[in-house]
Design a protein around this ligand. Structure first.
Ligand SMILES: *Cc1c(COP(=O)(O)O)cnc(C)c1O
Length: 351
């Protein structure tokens, strides 16, 4: 089965080799206070910085999942409420999760065919602005240009950005936000159980000032441990190792991004030739890493069943879009020949 699911997604082809090395190097049994672990953390962190172009004054943390990042942000960074900007299921879930914890969350939802209008956000003073950069459920994204405008317009606000299904795929300008996060089972092409969080000095100052340390994963504690290349708890050492190994073998995301965009254009051309439709008509709103395809429920059911028989795992439609869409992940770990095979399957569809 070749997986085109948006997460957990196809992992890098080199993973079996890295795992073998992890076994022979004894990685699975090293203590999380050992020198070996601290060296691993240091290199993993350094590689995240280099490959993803993280500014030097930003911090990098390793956590467990994007959902955990939502919770940590609510606990450690919200002081005067949060404004959640979203157009789909993941952004909405972030809003609900935060509301449960803080009771001061507000939502600014927008249509998936329209672009976020920075002027229309009007966050309250000191409100945390929460943006889902790549909405995995419907194949849309908030572009770098719009994030730059939001940053410029709300200079004093702290901006948190969920980039779970785009980080390590598209180049992100981290200066346009303060807290960025992603779990690794999407664009990073790794097994689930690890998340990367990137924080600006401004966000760091804010959680320092708030001083919240009631949780094992309070940012204050996470940050203090990270200074020593350690974690607050026994982390997913194996996944940190796999992250380090896979980033070692990869080029900077900035250099890899054009190929990903080219593949995205290729998929749009295939949809055109097969008379399939992207869920999102507005090209400027479309994600480059998740392609959502819409059709009548019978058509979707037929394509999904056919794909499965042919050995392709397509992503189910998400939530209310379950019966009318399927999703194709455009993640870097998928190989050219796998894409070519799925393209041939689509071109062979009788429509
Ligand atoms: C997958 C996903 C999440 C949840 O990730 P977990 O690792 O399961 O917590 C959150 N946000 C977005 C945008 C996602 O795609």
């Amino acid at each position: 089965m070749i997986s085109f699911c948006p997460g957990p997604s196809r992992v890098y082809a080199e993973i079996p080799r890295y795992l073998q090395d992890a076994c022979s190097e004894g990685i699975m049994s090293i203590g999380h206070r050992s020198d070996a672990f601290m060296r691993l953390m240091e290199e993993a962190q350094l590689l995240v910085r280099q490959r993803l172009a993280v500014p030097d004054d930003y911090s990098v943390y390793f956590l467990s999942s994007a959902t955990e990042c939502w919770e940590i942000i609510a606990q450690s960074l919200v002081t005067h409420g949060s404004l959640h900007v979203y157009n789909g299921a993941f952004g909405k879930k972030w809003f609900y999760n935060t509301q449960k914890i803080t009771n001061t969350a507000r939502s600014h939802s927008f249509d998936r065919e329209t672009l976020v209008s920075p002027g229309g956000l009007s966050p309250h003073q000191h409100e945390l602005v929460c943006i889902t950069q790549n909405e995995t459920s419907n194949g849309t994204q908030v572009s770098g240009e719009i994030l730059a405008q939001i940053r410029a317009q709300y200079e004093d606000h702290i901006i948190a950005i969920d980039a779970t299904s785009s980080m390590a795929g598209i180049h992100l300008n981290f200066r346009h936000g303060d807290v960025w996060f992603a779990s690794v089972q999407k664009c990073f092409g790794l097994p689930a159980g690890l998340a990367v969080m990137i924080s600006s000095p401004k966000a760091r100052a804010a959680f320092m000032q708030k001083g919240e340390q009631q949780h094992y994963n309070s940012l204050l504690t996470v940050d203090a441990m990270m200074q020593k290349n350690q974690t607050t708890h026994t982390p997913n050492v194996l996944d940190i190792y796999l992250l380090m190994r896979s980033l070692r073998d990869r080029q900077p995301i900035r250099d890899a991004e054009p190929k990903l965009k080219q593949r995205y254009e290729g998929w749009i051309e295939v949809l055109r030739r097969t008379r399939l439709h992207h869920l999102v008509e507005n090209e400027a709103a479309r994600s480059h890493t998740i392609i959502a395809v819409k059709d009548e429920p019978v058509g979707i059911a037929r394509i999904k069943a056919g794909a499965q028989k042919a050995g392709f795992g397509l992503g189910e439609g998400y939530g209310e879009l379950k019966s009318t869409t399927f999703r194709i992940a455009n993640f870097p770990a998928i190989t050219d020949s796998e894409i070519e095979a799925l393209v041939q399957f689509f071109l062979g569809l009788q429509r």
